[in-house]
Design a protein around this ligand. Structure first.
Ligand code: SAH
Length: 346
């Protein structure tokens, strides 16, 4: 299919294209400058130059799942496992609060140690000590009643990337016991309960096609999430995908820009994975339309152990250093960090 510059204008206006137009745009580097200019305009129209910060607390790397791409999969017997206890998690929040964070993201593997009772106790402790903060969870697939219990305990946002919206592709990335269907069920349950929901996908994951990426866009149109997290796939030696190629920087930036034009209101992070494949990856992500950064608040001694992929950045610095470094990076890209709770503007 032959496309022209008009396709970017059309996307900006209609927030949509046909499948074939999306494929053509995804596969063409020719319109990137125009695409990034339009997506920057779209983000500024809703969020001005504001960039929201979320303090990421990677509180466990135990996981009962065996996702083929992930370094903390159950099958990785070389991984050194850790989990933080309630006091350690609260310490991370206190340090973060003093640095201006008003959102805490509790992310981890699917660790059976954290039963609903244990997890709810931690959530309510954070809720009562930090009533003015958002509590975001990212702990994978659960039953609806668990999601409800976390919500009742005080959590208000949930991140669960769908990873890929093509069922056959999903099967190639996950063991048989996992399904796209259940992942979607979780996302709709979370929305129904009242969470602000984030979803998303990896760019350049093994076997991914441009049509798969279009399926991701279509699924997001159906879900209408508040947050959309995407980042390049990055390989890890202790997974079945050890010989696979990393996802590309350019393609990830193009997907961020397309998402910004489709979902002007969305909170879109410039992810750590993006900063890992290129030294200025996060800055370029912001310029392509991202408006969130998620620095690490985990204790430095466990940082390296939450190894989803290789060469992950920011594993050696204290939270305060990370915060300062990001502030400079965000400013160098032409934006400014704000420390408000940063709710979605729809
Ligand atoms: N257990 C939680 C958190 C997963 S980690 C859950 O299931 O949602 C957060 C995200 O990291 C995943 O959703 C996945 O998209 C991403 N990720 C995992 N392995 C990766 C890799 N090798 N390269 C890039 N991103 C990866």
């Amino acid at each position: 299919m032959v496309i022209s510059e008009n396709i970017v204008k059309m996307l900006a206006q209609k927030r949509n294209l046909t499948d074939d137009e999306f494929v053509a745009l995804i596969e063409s580097a020719e319109y990137d400058d125009l695409l990034f200019a339009e997506s920057d305009r779209a983000r500024r129209a809703v969020y001005a130059d504001e960039v929201y910060i979320r303090g990421l607390i990677e509180f466990t790397n135990y996981c009962k799942n065996d996702c083929y791409y992930c370094g903390i999969r159950k099958g990785n017997k070389d991984a050194v496992r850790y989990r933080l206890d309630k006091q350690e998690i609260l310490e991370c929040c206190r340090e973060g609060y003093a640095l201006g964070f008003r959102t805490f993201v509790l992310q981890g593997g699917e660790d059976p140690y954290f039963t609903d009772a244990i997890f709810c106790d931690i959530i309510s402790a954070i809720r009562s000590e930090f009533p003015d903060c958002a509590i975001t969870l990212s702990v994978g697939e659960k039953q609806r009643k668990s999601y409800q219990a976390y919500f009742d305990a005080g959590a208000n946002r949930y991140l669960l990337r769908h990873e890929t919206a093509d069922a056959a592709h999903y099967c190639r990335l996950h063991p048989e016991c996992m399904s796209l269907e259940n992942r979607k069920r979780c996302l709709f349950d979370l929305k129904d309960i009242g969470y602000q929901v984030g979803s998303g996908f990896m760019v350049g994951s093994p076997y991914q096609t441009s049509r798969n990426l279009v399926a991701d866009l279509r699924f997001l149109q159906e879900l209408e999430p508040d947050m959309i997290g995407i980042g390049p796939y990055i390989t890890h030696a202790a997974t079945p995908f050890r010989n696979e190629k990393n996802g590309g920087l350019e393609l990830t930036l193009r997907m961020i820009a397309i998402l910004r034009l489709m979902f002007p209101y969305a909170l879109i992070p410039a992810t750590t994975a993006l900063g890992t494949i290129a030294p200025d990856g996060r800055e370029r992500g912001l310029k392509a339309g991202a408006n969130v950064v998620m620095p690490n608040l985990s204790p430095v001694r466990v940082r390296r152990l939450y190894e989803l992929y290789e060469n992950k950045i920011c594993t050696g610095e204290e939270a305060a250093q990370c915060r300062g470094c990001l502030e400079r990076r965000v400013e160098s890209a032409g934006y400014k960090i704000v420390t408000s709770v940063g709710n979605v503007r729809r």
